[in-house]
Design a protein around this ligand. Structure first.
Ligand code: PBG
Length: 337
């Protein structure tokens, strides 16, 4: 960091940075980043049934919703200014297999949810995760054989999954599996089927993080998972590697990239945005939500203030948008500012 003096930016006492901070109007004028509802992507968990909602104990305030309830919830979110959602299915255990065949069943829960949602709210952007963990009896994002995750065989299944999601009406395919080479293969598979306008947002730098625990409760993949995901998700100690991952995904055709988790990885968001200048997103994950709510529900932190502070931090780091379970709450706060 250059010294202020050497940049000709003045020095104390002629320069007093508190002057600009003295009044609300002045703080607004010098504000460098703004969080708007355009920046929010709301992840939602869907489940089977009618008129049902089920609490997720590790994510207080977040419920799994049946498709009809999800549609109502998306309608409310849209009226708050949230224009994009990401749908995750809680697949019944009896549908999970080692080959994850349910992932490309055109009538699986996710595809039904997407069809219903695009019918009722055609202008809301729908993002679908591509990975096998909700459908795989091993709980992994890829196919497991003799203790090894098979990269290229997994990609074949991911391509079939992506095509069914696109066919159901998904706008953005978001591969979260971290197999090598999947973006190029999925792009080709989509184009061959005439889905060249379906976008791909790659989970480009996705870390092997313990902050995903509550999400695995929510989709019901945690119980099945034996071991960890370290042979495909990244080591939290690395960030040069994140740039290589991102460069490959862009070269293979990713329209947008994502870094995940969020707040503990804002340095990575910042490096990715500065290096590539492509649309860059971050995911404030389930464990981050759980931490924040544990503190606010106990009265240890001020809920509304930490929500907005935690989200503007993503903008400051350079993110163009953020996946957050706080989206509806944040939208209400933004709209009342
Ligand atoms: C599945 C997937 C995960 C998340 C998004 N997609 C979990 C994982 O990789 O184990 C985590 C989201 C969250 O924690 O909120 N591939």
């Amino acid at each position: 960091m250059a010294k202020q003096g050497s940049l000709g930016l003045g020095s104390f006492p002629t320069t007093r940075l508190r002057r600009n901070r003295a009044d609300d109007f002045s703080r607004r004028l010098i504000s460098e980043n703004v969080l708007t509802t355009n920046d929010l992507i709301w992840p939602i968990f869907v489940m089977d049934g009618d008129n049902r909602r089920e609490a997720i104990s590790s994510m207080p305030g977040v419920d799994r919703l049946s498709i009809d309830q999800m549609i109502d919830a998306v309608g409310e979110a849209a009226s708050l200014g949230i224009h994009a959602v990401s749908i995750f299915p809680n697949t019944k255990p009896n549908l999970k297999t080692p080959g994850a065949e349910e992932s490309f069943n055109p009538d699986n829960l996710l595809c039904r949810a997407v069809r219903a949602l695009k019918k009722s709210h055609p202008n809301v952007g729908v993002i679908c995760d591509v990975a096998l963990d909700p459908y795989n009896s091993d709980g992994h994002d890829g196919l497991l054989k003799d203790g090894i995750i098979l990269n290229d065989k997994t990609i074949e299944v991911l391509c079939k999954q992506s095509i069914e999601q696109a066919r159901a009406g998904c706008d953005i395919i978001a591969p979260s599996d971290m197999m090598d080479g999947r973006i190029g293969a999925i792009r080709k598979a989509l184009d061959e089927k005439g889905f060249e306008s379906v976008r791909i947002m790659s989970y480009a730098a996705k870390y092997a993080s313990a902050f995903y625990g509550p999400f695995r409760d929510a989709v019901g993949s945690g119980g099945a998972l034996n071991g960890d995901k370290k042979t495909y998700q990244m080591d939290p100690a690395n960030s040069d590697e994140a740039l290589r991952e991102t460069a490959l995904d862009i070269a293979e055709g990713a329209d947008m990239v994502m870094v995940k988790p969020g707040i503990p990885y804002l340095d990575v968001v910042s490096r990715v945005k500065e290096t590539f200048g492509v649309p860059t997103f971050a995911y404030q994950v389930s464990g981050e939500y759980a931490m924040l709510k544990a503190a606010t529900d106990n009265g240890w932190l001020d809920n509304d203030k930490v929500i907005l502070e935690s989200l503007v931090a993503f903008k400051r780091a350079g993110a163009d948008g953020v996946f957050t379970y706080l989206a509806p709450e944040a939208a209400k706060l933004i709209n009342s500012q």
